[in-house]
Design a protein around this ligand. Structure first.
Ligand SMILES: [Zn+2]
Length: 509
């Protein structure tokens, strides 16, 4: 592979390349070379904070059980010196035996220390009275559109906020406190991603307040990957004008949330949750059915101005009813504006059916699947939440490819560790970390798995003319790995180690 000025200019045998440019410097790479990996749905801006030393790490990938979670919270409160404590990663489905994290429980645990506990999904947050005070929240605080505060019979806050707009209000003091630390923690997080072989990351909830930090990193020559970002839609939001071809850092689209998280009961499905100890533990009524964040009319009204301004739309969807409603809205917008290459996205797609994948494909809508849910929550999906029919077919990547999609996979920021090779492997095996094979859904081929984190992801981010493959005319974004990713077994693929990462022909790790 010949590289000039950051671009791949030729591929061929060593002799051919040398003949074409005898003066060229030769760099020997020790291992297998493949295109740099692309994370098409991350949240590096927020993850940098949540995974930093400013936040107590409770994630189930770090603390497996309830006793450990509660001990970590008590220690953090005791060591806080009265300062607010923010913790992230609560998951009652994996950390079995966690109590109901309501305001009374958290008041007992933390007293006058403000305590905020973020659910691992990021879709709900729990807070005590002191934290409500610190964030300026009380019973008179109205619910933001598309989100809510859970209230008691008298209208008082119970210490639970659901969905992004309410979560943001609770964690606002944390974000304010993080400001002064961001010049340290954001670059460290981006370097961590690039050490995992990621050469382009997309942020689905980018905070433009971080733009100056990215500019500063670039000025120092220390930006270790490319960043594509989506602004968070606001009801009545005013879209910026589409434009710019910056190959390192640019806006790709606009993000909306059609429903919520399967782990807390707020995804919009046609079928009920199972009635199990786990769903009772989540506080769900027997045969609970979750609901969408917006009516179709609300969703349409939010999306319309952004689509009219030319932006790609990306919508969080898990439940099959949320998917139908979102496809309805997309179809109207596509028809209204005569769009042909919109690449509107559906994110996560947990309970998406083969027929829905086909309908999406026929509309030109593209999908990014959270296949890593299977790794950690496969048993929970089948045994505790949805049964074999609906839970067993969760994140059906095989059905997506069969419908003709250029499907992609992701880890959703901090929700599961950024391990693209493990995503590929789990889509190939549909087997959990403890060896349970999902009873439904279809597996993908190795070629499909590799495309999901390379060329397909580049296309989904409107970046296929820049990255995603080792081809002349594209940037020399590539990684060196310790095994042949085309031929190794799925188990071996999951354990692939990245020994070097190059972005635009420059080694960054
Ligand atoms: Zn996300």
């Amino acid at each position: 592979m010949a590289v000039d000025d950051g671009m791949i200019v030729a591929l061929g045998s060593a002799d051919e390349i040398r003949r074409s440019d005898p003066e060229a410097e030769t760099v020997a790479l020790d291992g297998w070379v493949m295109p740099g990996l692309i994370e098409p749905h991350g949240h590096p801006g927020f993850s940098a904070i949540l995974l930093s030393d400013l936040v107590v790490d409770l994630r189930p990938v770090v603390i497996p059980d309830a006793d450990g979670v509660l001990a970590a919270l008590r220690t953090a409160v005791a060591d806080a010196g009265g300062e607010a404590v923010f913790a992230n990663g609560w998951d009652a489905l994996l950390q079995r035996g966690l109590p109901d994290p309501d305001i009374r429980f958290l008041d007992d645990l933390a007293g006058s220390v403000p305590l905020v506990v973020i659910h691992n999904s990021g879709h709900s947050v729990y807070f005590n009275t002191a934290a409500a005070l610190a964030a300026g929240l009380d019973r008179s605080t109205p619910d933001p559109v598309g989100a809510s505060f859970v209230r008691d019979a008298e209208g008082g806050l119970t210490g639970v906020a659901l969905e992004a707009a309410a979560v943001e209000m609770v964690v606002a003091p944390m974000l304010a406190k993080a400001q002064q630390h961001l010049p340290r923690i954001l670059p460290a997080h981006l370097r961590d991603l690039s050490s995992r072989g990621i050469t382009t990351v997309s942020d689905l909830s980018w905070n433009p307040g971080l733009d100056p930090l990215i500019d500063a990193l670039r000025a120092q020559g220390a930006m270790p990957l490319r960043l594509r970002w989506y602004e968070m839609s606001r009801p009545g939001g005013a879209p910026s004008v589409r434009g710019g071809e910056d190959p390192v850092f640019r806006q790709t689209g606009v993000k909306t949330w059609s429903d919520g998280s399967p782990w807390v009961g707020n995804i919009a499905t046609s079928f009920p949750y199972l009635d199990t100890p786990a769903t009772r533990g989540l506080g769900l009524e027997p045969h609970h059915i979750g609901h969408a964040n917006y009516t179709p009319d609300e969703l349409s009204a939010i999306a319309e101005p952004y689509a009219a301004a030319g932006w790609q739309l990306a919508c969080h969807v898990h439940g099959d009813r949320a998917i139908d409603a979102t496809l309805d809205v997309y179809a109207q917008i596509i028809a209204r504006h005569g769009l042909t290459d919109h690449r509107f996205r559906l994110e996560h797609c947990g309970a998406m059916t083969p027929a829905q994948f086909e309908r999406a494909a026929s509309l030109g809508v593209t999908v990014s699947l959270f296949v890593d849910h299977i790794t950690y929550w496969g048993e929970v999906l089948v045994d505790d939440l949805f049964g074999a029919e609906h839970g067993g077919a969760w994140a059906d990547a095989g059905a997506a490819f069969a419908a003709g999609h250029r499907a992609t996979f992701h880890n959703d920021g901090w929700v599961t560790p950024n391990e693209p090779f493990r995503n590929m492997a789990v889509a190939e095996t549909r087997t959990t970390r403890s060896g349970y094979r999902m009873p439904g859904g279809t597996v993908v081929t190795r070629e499909q798995a590799l495309l999901a984190h390379t060329a397909n992801a580049a296309w989904q981010l409107f970046s296929e003319h820049e990255v995603g493959a080792l081809s002349p005319g594209l940037f020399a974004d590539f990684i060196v790995v310790d095994r042949d990713p085309v031929t190794v077994s799925s188990e071996d693929l999951a354990a692939t180690q990245v020994s070097a990462t190059y972005v635009g022909g420059v080694r960054v790790v």
